[in-house]
Design a binder for this molecule. Structure first.
Ligand code: CUA
Length: 345
């Protein structure tokens, strides 16, 4: 149990961060600039107002020597009134102009040239990614892959409630609303490949906090290699036919797709290339790690049960409230399914 509760923290403890000041993409650069500008203007106003208050408190405090002379009573002062009307107007006007320019930079209405198109579908509580360009044309889940130095154009849709798609270092928050399509984009700076994390930022139910976004930005060749593997139908290894059968005979196939098999469910993540991912439950917990040769190896707990097997046993223990139920499989059935899933590279 402890393992499961610390795992998400471990994922976040990597050098990937959610720092909005450490941006790596044009929309986020623009937002950072305006954030800093507003911060400076607010700080200047704060220092001016607080300074005036502190000055008045000390300068006009009641002195120890008694005074009978009333200070001069002023009624209205044109210069002062003009000043405190014009100064805020000027500040608001400057901010308006800057915001209008930044919005034009961040919110563009059609895809940039050469953009990679990804349809994002928010589900309670995971992300579906459809690579819709004809040369790709596949669906995956939870772990987005993109090439660096190429614009990525997102169409955001929801399967159920309102979610929000936000990688703090890459783009501004954009809501994901049922019944409509919102648009957003980013472009990862050429020198900044790596893993980026984000968060659903619109409360969407029990597991809102664990609806994590995870993206790997890669060199174009690495991305192409990943994409051409994703395009293939699932591996159909003869030695796991029994497990495949158990998978297809249980309700697994009503919710999950494994391309090339009768499993065509769409309520849950596409499992066609599950083993090309590192995490389960929308980046909640790592279930594989790479060995020295760079091959994926399942993470196995002290009791000899793998994280994947634990998840299948009872997802509610790892992600309480998620829609995947405990299927009440016996250990033999579970292990057969795990063996089968582990071939889906
Ligand atoms: Cu999805 Cu919050």
């Amino acid at each position: 149990m402890t393992f499961f509760s610390v795992a998400p923290l471990l994922l976040f403890a990597a050098d990937e961060n959610l720092n909005v000041f450490d941006t790596v993409s044009p929309p986020a650069h623009s937002i950072r600039k305006i954030f800093i500008l507003v911060l400076f203007i607010s700080a200047a106003i704060f220092i001016f107002v607080e300074g005036a208050i502190v000055y008045c408190i000390f300068h006009f405090r009641e002195r120890s020597r008694p005074t009978t002379v009333e200070p001069a009573q002023l009624y209205g002062s044109k210069p002062v009134e003009v000043a405190w009307t014009v100064a805020p107007l000027l500040v608001v006007f400057i901010l308006f102009l800057v915001v209008a320019r930044i919005i034009a930079e961040v919110k563009i209405s059609k895809p940039p040239d050469n953009a990679l198109h990804v349809v994002v579908v928010g589900h309670q509580w995971w992300w579906e990614y459809r690579y819709v360009d004809p040369e790709y044309n596949f669906i995956t889940a939870n772990e987005l892959h993109v090439p660096v130095d190429r614009p990525i154009w997102f169409e955001l849709k929801s399967a159920d409630v309102v979610h929000s798609f936000w990688f703090p270092r890459l783009n501004g928050k954009m809501d994901v609303v049922p019944g409509r399509t919102n648009l957003t984009w980013f472009l990862v700076d050429k020198e900044k490949p790596g893993i980026y994390l984000g968060q659903c930022t619109e409360y969407c139910g029990t597991q809102h906090a664990n609806m994590i976004l995870r993206m790997e930005a890669e060199a174009p060749e690495v991305f192409q290699e990943w994409a051409s593997n994703q395009r293939r139908p699932a591996v159909d290894a003869p030695f796991v036919r029994e497990g495949r059968q158990v998978f297809l005979e249980n309700a697994c196939m009503n919710c999950h797709t494994v391309r090339g098999t009768p499993a065509k469910g769409t309520f849950g993540p596409d499992l066609t290339h599950l083993i090309s991912r590192e995490t389960l439950g929308s980046a909640l917990i790592a279930f594989q790690q790479k060995d020295a040769q760079g091959n994926w190896k399942p993470i196995v707990n002290k009791d000899g049960v793998s994280v994947l097997a634990r998840w299948i046993d009872d997802p509610q223990k790892i992600k309480p409230g998620c829609w995947m139920p405990d299927m009440k499989l016996d250990t033999r059935q579970r292990d057969l399914i795990v063996k089968y899933l582990e071939t889906l590279k």
